[in-house]
Each structure stands twice: as structure tokens, then as C-alpha cells.
Design a protein around this ligand. Structure first.
Ligand SMILES: NC(=O)c1ccc[n+]([C@@H]2O[C@H](COP(=O)([O-])OP(=O)(O)OC[C@H]3O[C@@H](n4cnc5c(N)ncnc54)[C@H](OP(=O)(O)O)[C@@H]3O)[C@@H](O)[C@H]2O)c1
Length: 272
């Protein structure tokens, strides 16, 4: 199945769906999930230092003879590595685990108080030296982004945040759009929450899709990159089968009604 690409920085195109790898730790789970994803047509993988699977991802790609230039790899600097002098060495260890000399996208995992702007400068250096084709942030609110934009030389290419029908974050979506920062929707299936909602089921019936596919398509309608995770091969496949239909205005209006500020992961809104 072919997945559209979005340009996130000059010359850097990212497949609009990537395989999320959070909590996919066991060798056999990484193996199955990445294997099913490659077979289905995924070429974008979202890992992080803290996920503990950078090396396992590299092995799964290597075992299948996948060429480095044929996949888009994103990883994230974990919060303890925001400390001065730790960021770049920690990134070099990530590269070693990933068996590559560059990543396609490198993110700051969280807007750590007092350290985030310094850590961003380190990412700018990595970017300048060619270690990361694009750099971005994760879990940044409008407040954190405004502060960063006032201090940075490179505008983040993306902001990876929790985004789904139950957490629609219209203010953040609008702000990122205005600033040209592409959103990446993590936990786009709300980690499995509320899939039996009648509105989702009605729209699933209308479009001949599943509730999960309606949730993922809602993210696509926001212009976001989508990062679903599944350890099951059939779901990995169905999670990219979302580009042969559209949600119309009436569908989107109904889905607006599901917005309930429901977070499944961490809440950065109180981070000063
Ligand atoms: N930057 C950050 O701070 C951050 C935080 C959280 C997540 N993320 C990224 O976002 C990715 C995805 O988020 P997530 O893992 O929280 O959750 P998610 O993709 O919203 O949901 C995953 C859950 O949904 C189930 N599922 C997957 N596909 C399904 C389908 N088609 N139908 C029904 N259930 C389905 C999975 O179970 P099965 O495995 O059994 O299918 C799993 O329990 C992560 O892996 C990570 O890459 C980033």
C-alpha cells in the first residue's frame, strides 16, 4: 500500500504514517511488528532512546536487507540527556545502536524546564553537522513553542504530541499550522480508548472502515503525520488503509463532539 509523504523541511519528506514503537520491547514483538509493517508498505519508524528498541529496530531492518536510504527513521533524545554535555554523546550512542550515521528526524522528547532551549541548541548543531536531516520537538505546548521560537535559529520541523478525536487540541493545531510546524499525532488511537463509541461506529459503517481507521483518518484530515502502534500484523496493515476515503464536513462536525480533553499519556500543559 502506498503512503503519501509530507515535506517537513527542505528536501525532507516523511511518510504520513509511521510505525510507533513505544512499549514494543521484546525482540519477537519488534521483529513481528516491524516485519509486518515493512510487508504492508511502512517505511517510517518512530523510536526513542527511552523505548529501548533502537538496536532491535536496526536489526529487524538489517535482517530484511532494507537499505538505509529506503527508510525514514526518527528517534528522540530522552530527558536525562538534555543536561549540558550529554545530548550529543547520547545521540552518537543512538546512531551506533541504529547502525547508521544519520537519522531522518531527531526530536526533543519533552519540554524539560530550564534545559529545553539549551538542548535545542545541541540539536541545531547535530542538524548542521548532518547527523539529523530534520529536527523537531515533542510534547511542546503553544507556550513552550513560543519561547523556543523566540530563541532558536532553526524552527522545529515537527511537534509530536498526543492528538486524537478525544484530545483535539484546536489551539495547538492552529498555532503549529501558522508557524509551519507539522504535527505528528502520537497515540492516535487514544491507546485503544473509546473505540466502541457509537459516533465512530456509525462513521465506520458509512465509509466501510473500522473505528480505528476513522480515528486515524481524523488525524490525516488535520494534516498530521500519524503514528499508530500495533503488535498484530492484521492491525499494522489496516492502520495504513486510510487513504482511499475522506471524512466530510458533517463527519468532522460529529467527531468534534468527541473532544473531551482525554489524555492517555503525559500532560505537558503544567510544565513551566
Ligand atoms: N513522544 C511521546 O511522548 C510519545 C508518547 C506516546 C506515544 N508516542 C508514539 O506514538 C506511538 C503510538 O502511540 P501508542 O502506542 O500510545 O498508542 P496508539 O497507537 O494510540 O494505540 C495502541 C493501542 O491500540 C491497539 N491497536 C492498534 N491498532 C489497532 C486497531 N487497528 N484496532 C484496534 N486496536 C488497535 C494496540 O493493541 P495491539 O498492539 O494489540 O494491536 C495498542 O493497545 C508510540 O508507539 C510512539 O511511537 C510518543
Amino acid at each position: 500500500m502506498s503512503i503519501p509523504k509530507i515535506e517537513i523541511a527542505k528536501g525532507v519528506k516523511i511518510p504520513q504514517v509511521g510505525l510507533g514503537l513505544w512499549l514494543v520491547r521484546k525482540d519477537e514483538d519488534v521483529e513481528r511488528s516491524v516485519g509486518a509493517a515493512l510487508e504492508a508498505g511502512y517505511r517510517h519508524f518512530d523510536t526513542a532512546q527511552i523505548y529501548g528498541n533502537e538496536g532491535k529496530l536496526a536489526k529487524a531492518l538489517e535482517d530484511r536487507g532494507i537499505k538505509r536510504e529506503d527508510v525514514f527513521i526518527a528517534t528522540k533524545i530522552w530527558i536525562v540527556n538534555f543536561a549540558p554535555l550529554l545530548t550529543i554523546p547520547s545521540f552518537n550512542r543512538s546512531l551506533k545502536r541504529l547502525k547508521t550515521d544519520y537519522v531522518d528526524l531527531l526530536l526533543l522528547h519533552f519540554p524539560v524546564t530550564l534545559l529545553r532551549n539549551h538542548a535545542w541548541k545541541e540539536l541545531e548543531k547535530i542538524h548542521q553537522d548532518g547527523g539529523a536531516k530534520a529536527i523537531g520537538v515533542s510534547n511542546f505546548t503553544v507556550k513552550h513553542l513560543k519561547e523556543l521560537l523566540a530563541n532558536c535559529d532553526v524552527v522545529p520541523a515537527v511537534n509530536q504530541v498526543e492528538l486524537h478525536v478525544y484530545l483535539q487540541q484546536p489551539e495547538l493545531v492552529e498555532y503549529c499550522r501558522e508557524q509551519g510546524i507539522v504535527l505528528e499525532a502520537y497515540s492516535p488511537l487514544a491507546h485503544g480508548y473509546g473505540m466502541d463509541n457509537p459516533v465512530l461506529q456509525k462513521l465506520a459503517d458509512k465509509h466501510g472502515k473500522t473505528s480505528a481507521q476513522i480515528m486515524l483518518r481524523w488525524c490525516v484530515e488535520q494534516g498530521a503525520i500519524v503514528l499508530p502502534k500495533s503488535k498484530q500484523a492484521d492491525r499494522v496493515l489496516s492502520n495504513i488503509d486510510i487513504f482511499d476515503f475522506k471524512l466530510d464536513e458533517a463527519d468532522m462536525a460529529e467527531l468534534k463532539g468527541l473532544d473531551s480533553d482525554h489524555r492517555t499519556c503525559w500532560d505537558p500543559t503544567h510544565v513551566i
